[in-house]
Design a protein around this ligand. Sequence first.
Ligand code: G3H
Ligand code: ZN
Length: 273
Amino acid sequence: MPLGKLREMIGGPAPVPAFNVIQVEHAEAIAAAAEETGAPVVLQISQNAVRYHGSLRPIGAAALSVAAAAATPIAVHLDHATSEELVREAVELGFGSVMFDASALPHDENVARTAEVVRWCHEAGVGVEAELGEIGGKDGVHAPGARTDPDDAAAYVEATAVDFLAVAVGSSHAMLSRDAQLDFELIALLHKAVPVPLVLHGSSGVADENLAAAVRAGMWKINIATQLNKHFTASVRTALDDDPALVDPRRYLGAGREAVSAEVARLIRVLKG
Ligand code: G3H
Ligand code: ZN
């Protein structure tokens, strides 16, 4: 059985940019930019976004519906799920791929639980991303020094049969400044050692030229969230400041959606190199 849309993108034009969706405006903005640039993209929904909405269904169904209507290939992916139950919900809702993030667990438990998730996800035709090396910043504590060892990564992929691997190479989640120092030599070694596509997390902290260099060194899926939220919020703030009498949410959310779309299109071009 084919393993989801993200798997189908392997072998296509690299890289595959993956953008986080918090509300439907994000999904609409990302899809519009994907159509404008003709690039395959991923709409991904994190466990934190699910927590914000109270359940996966409302935002998950919205993303699936936006993806289905798009004129370009768009994968819908669950991001940083630490709970098997949430993975099951995503599979049942029709997500083509998921990230099961057991990176904070002891190594043997990470391997055992991830291998089990992969087993039943593959039976359902769903691809699985996992993480080795615990990329920092998920809890607000930045740890750009974390690194994934190439031999450990190869052994982990063999033991779990994951389809995509997130690795720690110098980035950290939710950075507002774009000055993360990536270890390009390590990316190249990981690319050589690991038989599945590599995923860069915390990409908002990486400057444009280094994003393109990371792709050249071997990164395949590039996860971007905070950078879009910065543009969304700045544009909403301007719209509200410009007109204190504004009450219609469509006016400021629409401005946020346009700003996200422009930034997504720009980032897609940066990543294409
Ligand atoms: O999984 C999502 C990402 O790794 C996004 O990280 O907010 O630092 O871009 P970011
Ligand atoms: Zn991440």
